[in-house]
Design a protein around this ligand. Structure first.
Ligand code: SAH
Ligand code: SF4
Ligand code: F3S
Length: 467
């Protein structure tokens, strides 16, 4: 899944701030699902009278919604907690409360250990139990230090307040919607099966209800989320089983929902119906994040990815046959234990073959408790650095080539938010690029036709088609 750092609560949500209300600041690390979860936690706390703030200094409650995927991600949490301890002490000297909570994947992985290492922390709540956050805070206020990391028997989504329309509206015209959580794949490098638990799918009715609420509040584009989103399974309203493909056909019928995406997919779970959805559904955007991680069959096997490089390439051929203009995106790990120069060359080769429009690449990070951590033949850090540089140079070149290939094309653009210059908006292309165009703020949410005129470092420039 794409990595995002630091998202703070939405500015517009501050509108209803009552001056004496308790305020919550949420700092989000990690993937899109954490962004989604932070919003749901913010909503759950709103029912308890908390209003969101973007100023950490104003907050009565600070939540760190954390990521455990690589060592660096987890380390960030402890250094942030060190700073918060000082802040809490200063607050106490002024007789004002500051509560601190750790949520997300570090909370799940480390539980009690966080309380031991970080004395300032009041509550530790895992990703499957955050519906219990209000109760955990109430107990903490009585002086208890609370750890809630057992996998809940109840369905968290049934216990969370429904997505609030006014708050959804304030968050913009694109939205995430978690449909699946957890992972049963157990890639040997990865902590996710341990932090998010086993694969669970939300029901069709829950998903449709939430999608309709989002659309009613002005959302035009929904990205369905799951650690293995294409492993989603549900019971069709007429009985029988649906996969993600069937769910997409159903969601595409919702009036006003212009665009659909989904992430992250595993190559093993791309079934025929999902590929056909790319052929048939205008609303399904021609962009697919389909991580392969490595190109060498030996390494893919050691990673327990359960497919070969050739199988991955064949799959992409089938997807491109269904939707010729689909942009491919991926994740890569360099320096998995035992990776030789030749194995790494195989990764470069698969990248050359696929031609990615965008991609994320990382140095292998040893994660305690995963099978990869037990392997000998760990790769030298300097070798990892050199491989990552070579891979990233190639991926960047491909990304630029893809962007340059868009110049001169007329495309549909979803106008999303104000741009840096007055009179400019930023929109989203079908291929998930940011595009700058002159347009009025009142047009946010419209889909307009533009002609791409040029490329910048991280975005494209466009003019109104026909202008
Ligand atoms: N469910 C998603 C991945 C979630 S983690 C999937 O299967 O694609 C996002 C990305 O982080 C992974 O695709 C992988 O490239 C990277 N990653 C996971 N564990 C890692 C580790 N131990 N070291 C380095 N990168 C890792
Ligand atoms: Fe991690 Fe593999 Fe599961 Fe993705 S499929 S979350 S990389 S174990
Ligand atoms: Fe990180 Fe957990 Fe997402 S480990 S990448 S926040 S699933």
């Amino acid at each position: 899944m794409n990595q995002i750092t630091v998202i703070s609560p939405d500015a517009a949500e501050k509108a209803d701030v009552a001056s004496n209300a308790r305020k919550v600041f949420i700092k989000t690390y990690g993937c899109q699902m954490n962004v989604y979860d932070s919003n749901r936690m913010s909503d759950a706390l709103a029912s308890e009278g908390y209003v969101p703030t973007e100023e950490m200094g104003e907050a009565d409650l600070i939540l760190l919604n954390t990521c455990h995927i690589r060592e660096k991600a987890a380390d960030k949490v402890y250094s942030a907690l060190g700073r918060l301890r000082d802040m809490k002490r200063t607050r106490a000297e002024h007789g004002r409360e500051l509560m601190i909570g750790v949520t997300g994947c570090v909370a799940q992985a480390e539980g009690e250990e966080i309380l031991r290492r970080a004395p300032a922390v009041d509550v530790v709540v895992g990703p499957q139990t955050y519906h219990r956050l209000p109760q955990a805070l109430a107990r903490a206020r009585q002086g208890e230090r609370v750890v809630e990391t057992d996998y809940a028997v109840e369905d968290k989504f049934e216990h969370l307040p429904k997505v609030d329309k006014a708050r959804a509206r304030s968050r913009g015209v694109t939205s995430f919607l978690t449909v699946q959580e957890g992972c049963d794949k157990f890639c040997t490098f990865c902590v996710v099966p341990y932090t998010r638990g086993s694969e669970v799918s939300r029901s069709v009715s829950q998903i449709i209800d939430e999608a309709m609420r989002l659309v009613d509040s002005g959302v035009r584009e929904i990205t369905l989320l799951g650690q293995n989103v294409n492993a989603w399974r549900g019971e069709s309203p007429k009985g029988g089983e649906w996969g993600l493909g069937e769910l997409l056909y159903r969601l595409a019928e919702i009036p006003g929902l212009a665009r659909l995406r989904y992430t992250t997919s595993h190559p093993r779970d791309m079934d025929d119906c999902l590929i056909e959805a790319h052929r048939d559904l205008r609303a399904l955007m021609p962009y697919l994040h389909l991580p392969v991680q490595a190109g060498s069959d030996r390494i893919l096997k050691a990673m327990n990815r359960r497919h070969t490089g050739a199988e991955y390439l064949r799959l992409i051929e089938r997807i491109r046959a269904a939707r010729a203009d689909i942009a491919m995106s991926g994740d890569f790990i360099v320096g998995f234990p035992g990776e030789t120069d030749q194995d790494f060359e195989d990764t470069l080769k698969i990248v050359e073959d696929v031609k990615y429009a965008s991609a994320y690449s990382f140095k292998y990070s040893t994660r305690p408790g995963t099978p990869g951590a037990e392997l000998g033949s760990q790769v030298d850090e300097a070798v990892k650095t050199e491989r990552l540089e070579r891979l990233q140079a190639l991926l960047l070149r491909q990304q630029q080539e893809f962007a340059e290939g868009c110049v001169g094309k007329t495309i549909d653009l979803l106008l999303e938010k104000p741009g840096r210059m007055p009179g400019q908006l930023i929109g989203r292309s079908p291929w998930l690029q940011s595009v700058n165009v002159d347009a009025k703020e009142s047009q946010i949410g419209d889909i307009i036709q533009v002609r791409i005129t040029g490329t910048g470092p991280n975005s494209l420039f466009a003019e109104r088609a026909g202008a």
